[in-house]
Design a protein around this ligand. Structure first.
Ligand SMILES: Nc1ncnc2c1ncn2[C@@H]1O[C@H](COP(=O)(O)OP(=O)(O)OP(=O)(O)O)[C@@H](O)[C@H]1O
Length: 629
């Protein structure tokens, strides 16, 4: 039996080898190349060697995982530093393409560069700077590429908020949710979270999801919605309470939270929640969102080591209601109230972000339900990404400037404009270094993951082999003892059973009772040995001719003679050539403790033998008999 651990080979001797498995070497790491086993002959010390080899592989996996944890931590720290340098509140701007329903004008008020937007308005030109600007033609995929690092930050344990802000009809819902063909940030983020969880070998992740909307200052559960909450009476009943504990952690009483074990389940719940969102027709958007829709994914992360603590982080993805000029949207009655409520809470959000940016002691979270909900995800240690949406149209230029001012307020302090050139360069250099660190860590992580996979494969194969060896050995011991009994029976009785009947018998008994290849081999070998011994003895007997006087009773202590006599008598009975046809052997089966079995003499009177020793014994016996007569 040959086992290979790469450098050393464990050689286990075998007689009847059975091939168990066959593996190739991968990347220079030799796996079990050819494994043969005849477990019955695996010596104990070599089984111990195999056990040691398994333990060393287990240790190797643990060490590699430890290394992976260290590399992961390095990557996490580098990413966190980058996000800190870039600013914990980042603002992107997306320009919607012209819609078919929009009147085309020659004059384009909005022009964009990679991080800058210029708006021409009434003879003046205004400039706004952002962390990133997405032009009209930017695809959903390109937007998501820029969003992805903040998701990783959520997986690393930070609370994260992604907002879509902007005038009504500028594409907030398109960016966050998208269409069937062009899915938006939320469906992509769900997929990405599960993907990242599957590749992160140093931690295990579980996710849960909640969906709610803030409608007219009330918090409604979207995953288990009650009857329509758009009348004032039912609206108050639907309102969920928001509690904040002394540590500042937010708890929403009665909000449903569903476990999402896979991507499909998460998408199913997300689609369900989306259906219950409040929308209305307005002059500007035929399916205008009349509320702020919040999707929360709770991320539970647990490290692989036994003493690892579990961490929980929240990822909020918020499709804010559209900021709107109420006159322009033609809203009346309830829709007008909805618009007012949206505008009020958006202004409260702007105040909170501004206070956080200026590091004010007092942050006015309590001014709206929206900011109360997000309190523990907007402060220290959290990351915020605001995506401001604007229209390219001349008709919307006033709203565009309002939205851009809102965004400017959110990122005001960290604006590059206010940072000296030297410092800006230093920051960029540091970010580049950290990005390199992240890339290196990613590479190292990948290589460690590959190594772990290989060692785990080797480990599982060797474990399988070891357990097979142990279980087969037990079986084999069992078989050996039963087959020994059978062999013994065979020597005495040798019942001849045809092959067919064996097959019938083996078919009628349970499979585990059937003989194995090894036991059949041993049986055949034993039969052959017995056959050859019998042959030898028979040849001795044929050379001896023993004749007993009638009614003479003989008693021999010489076992050899007993056997000779028995086989000689047996043979003569079968062949019928002997002169002693009436010889009866009383003791049919020799018993081990029966030292002197009694043999009755045949009726014949003469006994001759060509064996000189035997002749002497017989002569002496005849003389004693004649004396008696
Ligand atoms: N980048 C884009 N590419 C193609 N179509 C877009 C894009 N952005 C928005 N649209 C289209 O513009 C219309 C309005 O978009 P959407 O409903 O997303 O706006 P909104 O800002 O969510 O409006 P509201 O605040 O009223 O809910 C939709 O028909 C949408 O498909």
């Amino acid at each position: 039996m040959l086992l290979s651990n790469g450098e050393d080979q464990i050689l286990l001797p075998s007689e009847n080898e059975t091939q168990v498995s066959n593996y190739d070497s991968v990347d220079g790491l030799l796996l079990v190349s050819k494994v043969y086993t005849d477990v019955a002959v695996v010596p104990e010390h070599q089984k111990n060697e195999l056990q040691h080899f398994i333990s060393s592989l287990q240790r190797e996996v643990e060490e590699l995982r430890l290394k992976q944890g260290i590399v992961d931590e390095k990557r996490r720290q580098a990413l966190s530093k980058i996000l800190d340098i870039k600013g914990s509140i980042r603002v992107f701007c997306r320009i919607r393409p012209n819609l078919l329903t929009e009147k085309r004008r020659n004059y384009e008020p909005v022009s964009a560069e990679s991080e800058r937007i210029r708006v021409k308005f009434g003879g003046t030109r205004k400039e706004f700077e952002f962390d990133k600007v997405f032009r009209r033609e930017t695809t959903q995929e390109s937007v998501f590429v820029e969003v992805e690092p903040i998701l990783r930050s959520a997986m690393d344990g930070h609370n994260v908020c992604i907002f879509a802000y902007g005038q009504t009809g500028t594409g907030k819902t398109f960016t966050m949710d998208g269409t069937n063909e062009q899915s938006g940030i939320i469906p992509r983020a769900i997929e990405e979270l599960f993907r990242q969880a599957s590749v992160d070998a140093s931690s295990s992740f579980t996710f849960s999801m909640s969906m709610l909307e803030v409608y007219m200052g009330h918090v409604r559960d979207l995953l288990t919605p009650r009857q329509s909450c758009r009348t004032h009476e039912t609206l108050t009943k639907c309102n969920l309470n928001i509690q904040t504990d002394p540590k500042g952690l937010v708890e929403i009483e009665g909000l449903s939270e569903v476990q999402i074990s896979d991507c499909a389940k998460a998408r199913w719940w997300y689609n369900k929640g989306k259906r219950f969102r409040s929308t209305s027709w307005t002059n500007v958007n035929e399916a205008s969102s009349r509320s702020h829709c919040l999707t929360r994914i709770n991320i539970f992360r647990r490290g692989d080591s036994t003493d690892a603590k579990s961490e929980t982080s929240k990822l909020w993805m918020v499709d804010l209601g559209g900021s709107e000029r109420l006159l322009k949207t033609g809203a009346r009655g309830l829709t007008l109230d909805e618009g007012r409520a949206i505008n009020l809470s958006l202004s409260a959000l702007a105040d909170v972000l501004a206070a956080l940016k200026r590091k004010r002691c007092h942050v006015p979270y309590r001014n709206s339900k929206l900011t109360q909900l997000l309190r523990d995800s907007l402060g220290d240690g959290s990351k915020v990404l605001m995506l401001v949406h604007i229209s390219p149209s001349e008709e919307d230029v006033c709203e565009t400037i309002c939205s851009l001012n809102f965004a400017k307020r959110a990122r005001a302090i960290e604006s590059n404009k206010e940072v000296p050139m030297e410092l800006k360069k230093q920051k960029e250099k540091k970010i580049m270094e950290l990005e390199e660190d992240i890339m290196e860590a990613e590479k190292e992580r990948q290589s460690l993951r590959d190594q772990i996979q290989k060692v785990e494969l080797k480990l599982s194969e060797n474990k399988k082999l070891f357990s097979t060896a142990c279980s087969l050995k037990e079986n084999d011991n069992l078989e050996t003892s039963t087959s020994l009994k059978d062999d013994f029976k065979e020597v005495i009785e040798t019942p001849k059973v045809s092959k067919k009947s064996i097959q019938r018998i083996s078919n009628s008994v349970p499979r585990f009772m059937n003989s194995t290849v090894a036991s059949r081999h041993r049986q055949i070998a034993a039969e052959q040995e017995i056959g050859s011994r019998t042959k030898n003895l028979r040849s001795i007997v044929t050379r001896s001719s023993i004749q007993f006087p009638c009614s003479q009773s003989l008693s021999y202590s010489d076992l050899r003679i007993k056997t000779i006599l028995r086989s000689s008598i047996g043979k003569s009975r079968h062949t019928g050539t002997n002169n002693v046809p009436k010889t009866i052997i009383h003791s049919e089966r020799p018993k081990c403790n029966e030292l002197e079995p009694k043999v009755r003499s045949p009726r014949s009177t003469t006994v001759t033998s060509s064996d000189s020793n035997l002749r002497v014994t017989l002569c002496r016996h005849r003389r004693r008999l004649s004396n008696l007569i």
